[in-house]
Design a protein around this ligand. Structure first.
Ligand code: ZN
Length: 528
């Protein structure tokens, strides 16, 4: 007697091997049989006729940790077929932090992660995991974030890590791995992380290597003066080459400025791999990103943390300096100029409006409009970059994405950033966009190979034991979808739309999405 049998489906098991027709029997949390089970009894039978039965998707890059504590249903992840998410990404999250530091970082991160309850114990990776274990709908795994640990050992300050703080830092990393962290992460511009030098990161990553962890780098943008060759991918490669750590580069895609030029996009990485570096990457299928404007505020104004930053924004001479520097940076990138607000809780009418429009309506400069809004939102502000006006560039970025994914080192991520009424569409559509729309259009690899990049490949890279594969004894994390009709429906102008063509999702043997309906079970475990 099984608890659940999935009958009449076509199985893609996650390993990349050809699909085959079979049934799957589940007992408790685990897969008990993959064979013909037509006449076997079960408490529940799912008919998967004309559907693909695959391992649940593993998302290597999300920013769900805040919203999961407020909204544990997490339908926008689950309905994409995602059953496991990596948290602690881009060098910023909540643990390990003592109570005051948690409150400080919760404030700084609020534009991205919202405001989870204040009274949570985030003092260790273990205590962090307890807030999610069997309390949310998906499995979660955790990377130890650089900015978080820096805050805990050196404060929200632009200071080098001295012997004492580096010693404490390494102790927290060791403890974090003992308590089940699967890696270590840094981010492009999320303070206090960017105050860390390349040499400090090499020292930390040497320890991460000894602990057999993966270093996930979102290539540096801020404080290039303290980075090897000014940061970016060059710094990440230097760190892996000097420390020997396994490197994973976050959402590394082409964009409208280099669309179609995959060869130069990958040149440095391929060179480093030829020289022996162990490198993997991930990607989401959109031509533009989303982040928090606070990360564009100059480094000196961040020193001291969010309260100090607010003080400076309200001091006329400091504010003028910040505005001037922001506007200078506008000359170098579209990032501030084209900002579309995704989340501004005190002014919800601005969500979906652009920064230049706001500035024009107030007859002030873009930098000043942004600073004023940061003040009135108490820093809790998120934005999305619009897609390029040139649609052929957009199509090229999509095609590049599918070509990059065909490589043997890429996997899929969403970069979920859920806050606000106008989040980036990736938060609702990344996986089905690749699985349906782009796979059918560009067909750069078999469906089996594509599923492998969403399942077994990330599971083995990040050491998620007994997941990512349909196999007897493995956890029953299962996504059932319609190969010909699965598709994203979330768009830049109407993002909060669930995908279609994914009628069933199981997490640890419980049916979480049942014939398109969310059942409300919270079976997600904090793993591994
Ligand atoms: Zn991210």
């Amino acid at each position: 007697m099984f608890d659940i049998i999935i009958v009449n489906g076509t199985i893609i098991d996650g390993t990349g091997k050809p699909k085959f027709d079979s049934d799957i029997g589940i007992k408790g949390e685990r897969i008990e049989a993959i064979s013909n089970l037509k006449n076997v009894e079960a408490k529940r039978i799912i008919d998967a006729t004309d559907l693909i039965v695959s391992p649940g998707f593993i998302d290597t890059h999300t920013h769900s940790e805040g919203d999961l504590l407020i909204n544990p249903d997490h339908e926008y992840g689950l309905r994409q077929g995602i059953t496991t998410e990596l948290l602690g990404i881009d060098g910023m999250s909540y643990a390990p932090l003592s109570q005051n530091n948690y409150l400080t970082y919760r404030h700084w991160l609020s534009g991205l992660l919202g405001y989870p309850p204040a009274n949570l114990d985030m003092s260790s990776v273990s205590s962090f995991k307890q807030h999610y274990h069997k309390k949310v709908s998906i499995n979660t795994a955790y990377l130890i974030p650089n900015g978080t640990v820096r805050l805990e050992v050196a404060g929200f300050k632009d200071v080098p890590l001295d012997n004492t703080s580096m010693g404490k830092y390494k102790k927290l990393v060791e403890q974090g791995f003992e308590q089940g962290a699967v890696g270590f992460s840094t981010g492009s511009s999320y303070y206090p992380g960017p105050w860390t030098s390349t040499n400090e990161l090499i020292e930390i990553c040497s320890l991460v290597k000894d602990l057999n962890g993966v270093y996930m780098s979102e290539p540096r943008r801020a404080n290039p003066e303290r980075a090897f060759k000014g940061g970016g991918v060059a710094e990440a490669l230097e760190i892996t080459e000097k420390s020997g750590v396994k490197l994973h580069i976050a959402h590394y895609r082409t964009d409208p400025t280099n669309a179609g030029d995959i060869e130069s996009h990958m040149k440095l990485i391929d060179e480093s791999k030829r020289n022996g570096s162990d490198i993997t990457l991930d990607i989401y299928p959109y031509p533009s990103g989303s982040t928090i404007p606070i990360s564009y505020v100059p480094s000196w104004a961040q020193d001291g943390g969010p309260d100090k930053l607010l003080e400076r924004l309200q001091n006329p001479s400091d504010k003028k300096k910040i505005v001037d520097e922001l506007e200078q940076s506008i000359n170098y990138s579209r990032s501030v100029e084209d900002m579309l607000f995704s989340y501004s809780p005190n002014h919800p009418e601005l969500e979906g409006e652009t920064l230049p429009d706001l500035a024009r309506s107030k007859n002030i400069s873009i930098g000043e409009a942004l600073c004023n809004l940061l003040i009135s939102e108490n820093l809790e502000l998120g934005y999305v970059m619009p897609p390029p006006v040139n649609l052929s560039l957009w199509r090229q970025v999509s095609k590049d994405c599918m070509e990059l994914l065909a490589r043997d080192d890429y996997m899929v991520c969403s970069d979920i950033t859920p806050a606000g009424s106008m989040p980036h569409p990736r938060s609702y559509g990344a996986f089905p966009r690749i699985l349906g729309r782009l796979h059918r259009k560009y067909n750069t690899m078999s469906l089996e190979d594509l599923i492998h990049r969403m399942t077994e490949r990330p599971a083995s890279r990040f050491g998620l034991a007994n997941r990512g594969k349909l196999h007897k004894g493995y956890f029953a994390d299962i996504t059932i979808f319609d190969e010909n009709n699965v598709i994203d429906t979330s768009t830049y102008d109407d993002p909060k739309q669930y995908p279609s063509g994914i009628p069933y999702v199981l997490v640890n043997g419980d049916i979480s999405i049942d014939n398109q309906v969310y059942t409300g079970v919270k079976s997600g475990k904090a793993i591994p």
